[in-house]
Write a protein that binds this ligand. Structure first.
Ligand code: SDX
Length: 428
């Protein structure tokens, strides 16, 4: 039985079809609203708008549920590895042992970048923000990999997807090395994805670098937690850029640019800066007062979420990983962690945050963890981008392979000047 919603505007009444997904809220298909009523819907932050149909990631914000292709995030993070999650997001199924071996082999053998990309870095200041460098370098991949930019060719789409998943850690590590003034380190094919990335970041020519397996496992899990998240701002940016037919390298560069914002992926960097600004546990009450003072515009970075109005399931796993990493690094009492845990305790018991349903999100504990791993704060969002690239490319691929997709072109509520005639400057 098809469901419908009746809409009345002025003297017009129209029925619009209501569609149900496999789980989650129904949608009202308003595609014919403008042609039948002359009115648009208005939803600037997309608070009540589904922009697409997708089968990749499902979030239930009230229940604190996150599923990648139906699998709960905690099971994937605790039992699988990041490349297995990449295969799942891209192809829709967990790989068999043979498929996993093949997928790992193919990704591993795409990790090197064109040698001339190394020269590309020379144009940046050493102290450039790593996200600025990443936006430039990932966009520049379109200048080096022309043979995988034809989005109408399934083979080229797959090659571009594998190149992006494989090369983003190499470019991220090169960005870090350039920032700290150390020589670039080539990937090694006998290392797993995340161990390879850690070695490219921290190895130096003067001595052999031994990957710490506990840290590699923790970072691999952090990549899984950040891999995809439905139609968030950066994924929506990638989809909109891709809807014009732009090549996948340009679309991912657009996603990186959007992720950089402090309200989005930049929150992990901002959350750590906030913890540093608070400094000690006894400064928390004064900071909380600033957050509550509307004129102050201070926000609790790493708290709140557009969708999660309950605990972000990733934050729970991030906190667990944080403790593991601190223990492994021998960091007994990190004052930032003390501040973070006390801040969380206070916020979760404070009416202001409770009534606004503000809970820690994935960014609240990731900063402390990444700092303990030795990454500078400016690299935190780069690491988020490394992980999210597979989600962006899986969502881009899903859109391009949907025969009904069309260029995204929203309309507006116009509140500017009505038509008026030009006035010569002598008469102004
Ligand atoms: C990510 O979308 C995704 O899925 C993103 C992400 C992903 O994986 O892709 O999950 C990753 O971006 C996580 C979010 C990281 N951002 C931050 O941690 C920055 C701090 N958080 C916020 O700025 C905010 O919570 C947002 C942007 C995340 C969500 O904001 P909304 O849904 O637009 O909510 P809002 O701004 O309308 O706020 C509602 C109320 C307001 O108070 P009132 O005006 O009703 O009195 O809650 C307050 C806000 O002032 N509020 C906060 C707050 N977040 C919201 N108050 C203090 N601190 C905060 N962090």
């Amino acid at each position: 039985m098809t469901k419908s919603a009746t809409f009345q505007i002025g003297d017009k009444t129209i029925d619009m079809p209501v569609r149900s997904g496999s789980i989650g809220p129904d949608v009202v298909d308003i595609a014919k609203l403008y042609s039948q009523t002359g009115a648009f819907t208005y939803d600037p932050g997309f608070m009540s708008t589904a922009s697409c149909e997708s089968g990749i990631t499902y979030i239930d914000g009230d229940a604190g549920v996150l599923l990648y292709r139906g699998y709960p995030i905690d099971q994937l993070a605790e039992q699988g590895d990041f490349l297995e999650t990449c295969h799942l997001l891209l192809h829709g199924e967990l790989p068999t042992a043979a498929q996993k071996a093949d997928f790992d082999y193919r990704v591993t053998r795409h990790t090197m970048v064109h040698e001339q990309m190394a020269r590309f870095f020379q144009g940046f200041r050493r102290d450039a923000h790593p996200m600025a460098v990443m936006v430039g370098c990932v966009g520049a991949m379109a200048a080096f990999y022309h043979d995988s930019t034809d989005i109408t060719d399934p083979y080229q789409r797959m090659v571009a997807s594998m190149r992006l998943i494989a090369k983003i850690p190499t470019l991220a590590a090169m960005t870090y090395k350039y920032n700290v003034g150390q020589p670039f380190v080539y990937p090694k094919n006998d290392l797993d994805y995340t161990s390879n990335f850690l070695r490219m970041c921290y190895a130096v020519p003067c001595e052999e670098y031994k990957v710490n397996p506990v840290i590699a496992r923790a970072l691999d899990r952090i990549f899984i937690l950040h891999a995809d998240h439905e139609q968030n701002a950066s994924t929506s940016t990638v989809r909109l850029a891709g809807s014009s037919g732009a090549n996948p390298f340009a679309c991912i560069a657009a996603g990186i640019a959007c992720l950089w914002g402090p309200a989005h992926g930049g929150a992990n960097e901002a959350a750590l800066a906030m913890l540093g600004e608070i400094g000690t546990v006894d400064n928390i009450p004064a900071f909380i007062a600033k957050v509550k003072d509307k004129s102050d515009h201070t926000r609790l970075m790493g708290f709140g979420h557009r969708v999660y109005k309950n605990y972000d399931p990733r934050a729970t796993l991030m906190q667990k990983t944080c403790h593991e990493v601190l223990a492994e690094m021998g960091i007994k009492d990190d004052p930032l962690l003390d501040v973070a845990m006390e801040l969380e305790r206070i916020a979760l018991s404070d009416e202001y945050f409770i009534e606004r349903r503000l809970y820690p999100n994935v960014d609240f504990y990731s900063g402390i963890t990444l700092k303990a791993m030795g990454f500078p704060v400016s690299m935190f969002t780069v690491l988020f981008a490394v992980a999210r690239t597979v989600g962006w490319i899986a969502q881009w691929k899903e859109m391009i392979e949907d025969p009904s997709y069309k260029i995204g072109r929203p309309r507006q509520l116009y509140t500017g000047a009505p038509r008026r005639d030009y006035t010569p400057i002598s008469k102004r």
